[in-house]
Design a protein around this ligand. Structure first.
Ligand code: ARG
Length: 484
């Protein structure tokens, strides 16, 4: 950068360059209009760096005070929307540094001692992502709570559990919702794990090889909250890796993709359940739209869009992972392309989690202290659908096994019984006892208990099964786990 002209970069970079960039190249290479959202992390990282430079007597305490004053003013300008972001200054880092130098003079020019934009940007993105992961973890908790609250009210509600989208066995609606709680709980674990590897400090790697100044990297790490569970500073241990590693961005986007896949599966179910052929649930009108031509329509736009946006986030994962595959050590400008997919992944995931929490669990009414407008459940439609597909056939087979038949034989006997029931358009529970006894003489009147939906449900008491007692235990476990 030419002597005092950081903010005048419309000319060439330095004395070494014989011509300035064309406007097209400037636009192509600059990132300021998307990376300016890193400004808070950039300032935070710079202040930690400056504090350490001063503690190590690399800059004076006066320089530090000037830098702090300048950064306070810049923070104010950006917050008030008065900061003049310049394309000519390429990115968020050069924009802020140039403004700092304008405000405080030489101290601003000393800030970049022992630092490069390569370790600076890696630090900024990590700091920013850690705070976003914390927000996302909170949103994952909210969504789990919403699902658990609806589950609590629907432990005894029975719907057909499917395999191959064919009626398989009766399950509790609460049990079905808690399956998603398991998925989102794993997503939260993954986010916590990604956070550990994201929360490490590249700063001090400088351009690629480390620096000649006596930096105290661990001090900077502690200052930025980059510490492990024991409070030990977390510092990238190899400068080449420190500036060029984007694993954390890929891992995060992978975890986000999986979370979106869970959302997408839930969306698919909501869409099916809301269709006229199922009629199991309704979501509040504010999450649906009408049709411009068909007056009767209420379309599940939000779940459909979430299903669509899953493709978008998975696409970002592909983009990021491909970004890295051909890069030699250390930093390459390719890495500037990490930001837009990462930012969009964070935005999409956060919006989706927020909207799903509310769509499922409802909105808090501050007057009543109750949540309102969540998903509404049509228990009788669910029950009627469960009665359609011989959902208790396995229960009849289990009944025969208890009477001494080997399971395979029992399976065959029940197949015959189902065939007969089908020809008469009756459920197994509607066949007279005498008819059932034609298939196996051991069948007694107590068979009707196990052919009922409730009997079928109650019988599945294994850990993780759908019996209401079991489901209530799971709900209690989730309450304890999430502390609510
Ligand atoms: N805007 C750049 C990025 O996002 C900052 C690092 C630039 N480093 C460099 N050597 N050109 O990656």
């Amino acid at each position: 950068m030419s002597k005092n002209q950081l903010d005048q970069k419309s000319q060439a970079w330095s004395a070494l360059f014989s011509e300035p960039m064309s406007d097209l190249v400037k636009r192509y290479t600059s990132s300021v209009f998307f990376d300016k959202r890193l400004w808070q992390s950039d300032i935070q990282g710079s202040l930690a760096h400056a504090e350490m430079l001063s503690a190590q007597k690399i800059i004076s305490t006066q320089d530090l005070a000037d830098i702090q004053r300048g950064m306070a003013q810049i923070t104010d300008e950006i917050t008030k929307g008065q900061f003049d972001w310049k394309l000519d200054l390429e990115d968020v880092h050069l924009n802020i540094e140039a403004r700092l130098t304008q405000i405080v003079g030489d101290a601003g020019k000393r800030l970049h001692t022992g630092r490069s934009r390569n370790d600076q940007v890696a630090t900024d993105v990590r700091l920013w992502l850690v705070s976003e992961i914390d927000l996302i973890s909170g949103l994952l908790t909210d969504l789990q709570k919403s699902l658990i609250e609806v589950a609590e009210r629907n432990v005894e509600v029975i719907l057909p559990g499917f395999t191959h989208l064919q009626v398989a066995q009766p399950v509790s609606f609460a049990h079905h919702l808690l399956a998603y709680v398991e998925m989102f709980a794993r997503d939260a674990e993954r986010m916590a794990d990604v956070r550990r590897r994201t929360n490490r400090l590249p700063l001090g790697s400088a351009a690629l090889a480390g620096t000649t100044y006596p930096l105290d990297r661990e001090r900077v790490a502690r200052n930025l909250g980059m510490v492990d569970e024991q409070g030990q500073a977390c510092v990238c241990q190899n400068s080449l890796d420190g500036v060029s590693d984007r694993d954390f961005a890929i891992e995060f986007t992978a975890a986000a993709s999986l979370c979106m896949v869970h959302i997408s599966r839930l969306s698919e179910e909501l869409i099916l359940w809301m269709s006229q052929n199922f009629g199991f649930v309704k979501i509040a009108d504010r999450f649906t739209t009408g049709s411009s031509i068909m007056p009767q329509k209420k379309n599940p736009d939000v779940p459909e869009l979430a299903r669509g946006k899953t493709g978008r986030v998975v696409g970002h994962l592909m983009g990021l992972i491909t970004l890295m595959k051909g890069q030699p050590l250390a930093y390459n400008k390719d890495n500037q392309e990490d930001k837009e997919p990462l930012f969009d992944t964070v935005d999409t995931l956060k919006d989706t989690l927020r909207i799903f929490s509310e769509m499922i669990g409802g909105q808090l009414n501050s007057e009543t202290g109750q949540k309102e407008g969540g998903i509404s459940v049509n228990a009788s439609a669910m029950e009627a659908a469960t009665k359609k597909g011989y959902a208790t056939a396995t229960d009849l087979a289990d009944y025969l096994v208890k009477k001494g038949l080997p399971f395979r034989d029992a399976h065959e006997v029940v197949a015959h019984a189902v065939k007969t029931a089908q020809t008469q358009n009756l459920d197994l529970s509607e066949l007279p006892l005498t008819t059932l006894q034609q298939f196996n003489a051991g069948i007694q009147a107590d068979v009707f208990e196990c052919l009922s939906l409730v009997g079928s449900l109650n019988a599945r008491k294994t850990l993780g099964g759908t019996a209401p007692d079991q489901v209530r235990q799971q709900i209690a476990r989730h309450h304890a786990r999430l502390g609510f």
